[in-house]
Design a protein around this ligand. Structure first.
Ligand SMILES: [Zn+2]
Length: 281
């Protein structure tokens, strides 16, 4: 009789363990993702492309770009609570395939409050799909305007720098019209550059906009056609980060670009070497 009773007790404990352990793990994970009063910037490991998640001090979420494929959607799941599928703002720097890959799926799986929309159009089917989902879901759109900051109201401000409101660009020059902006937090900042090219950098410098930032997200995955010395001197970053895939067919990051960063003593981190890279401001 005693053996039977012990066995029943063990079964009860085992059952409790099987039911409770996953709950405890999920609760622990959700608690670890609660806002902590600081700004987190995650340069997501999504291969050859860009996708950057910013979480503000009170937990507002901004996603800049959606990578080349569904990997950005997968990575997001690691940094956002499972039970709170909300993104305050989705921005995309330009409509090239390596920056919007996950966006259609993300718009369908998360509640996106508004979008900061690149003014440049693209003829791809992927871009058309993105537009149709935005339209279907009635997501409010904002167009970049350097005279209008986007203030999250809790110590995080998006300072839009480029493109100017009146810029007219054809679809074959999407890089030069990339959305460029600083995310300014209480104890640091990051300059997000999309795939801006050297001509775009020159035009930005002529606007006289302040570019000074703690971290520079190096443009165009470290292509040689950007990250000029005058631009670097204006940004004066303490660190640089390159979002780039291993063994990519473009040979990014290019040695010329790495040499310019090194010549100015700017430390370089890459997602192909470290995976997702996070900064805390
Ligand atoms: Zn790109």
């Amino acid at each position: 009789m005693r053996t039977v009773s012990l066995w029943r007790r063990w079964k009860l404990w085992l059952l409790c363990g099987v039911v409770l352990l996953p709950c405890v793990l999920v609760a622990g994970r959700e608690l670890s993702l609660l806002p902590d009063g600081q700004t987190h910037v995650y340069v997501l490991d999504i291969g050859q492309g860009d996708s950057i998640l910013i979480v503000s001090p009170i937990g507002r979420r901004i996603l800049v770009d959606g990578g080349p494929d569904l990997s950005a959607l997968e990575r997001l799941g690691s940094f956002l609570p499972f039970f709170d599928r909300r993104i305050d703002l989705v921005a995309f720097t330009h409509p090239d395939a390596d920056h919007i890959g996950s966006l259609p799926e993300i718009l369908q799986r998360y509640r996106v409050d508004r979008m900061l929309f690149s003014p440049v159009e693209h003829g791809s089917g992927q871009y058309a799909r993105l537009l149709s989902i935005v339209e279907k879901q009635h997501i409010p759109l904002i167009l970049p305007d350097p005279s209008q900051d986007i203030d999250s109201g809790d110590g995080l401000v998006l300072d839009v720098i480029w493109p100017p409101k009146n810029l007219v660009r054809s679809s074959d020059d999407t890089n030069g019209a990339s959305l460029v902006m600083r995310a300014l937090a209480r104890s640091g900042s990051i300059l997000l550059t999309g795939d801006i090219d050297a001509l775009g950098e020159e035009r930005i410098l002529k606007t006289g906009a302040s570019l000074s930032s703690t971290v520079l997200k190096v443009s165009h995955h470290g292509s040689e056609g950007a990250t000029s010395i005058p631009f670097l001197l204006a940004v004066k970053p303490d660190h640089s980060v390159i979002s780039v895939g291993k063994d990519n067919r473009f040979g990014h990051p290019r040695p010329e670009t790495l040499a310019r960063l090194s010549a100015l003593g700017i430390p370089i981190r890459t997602t192909m070497e470290e995976g997702t890279i996070d900064f805390l401001f």
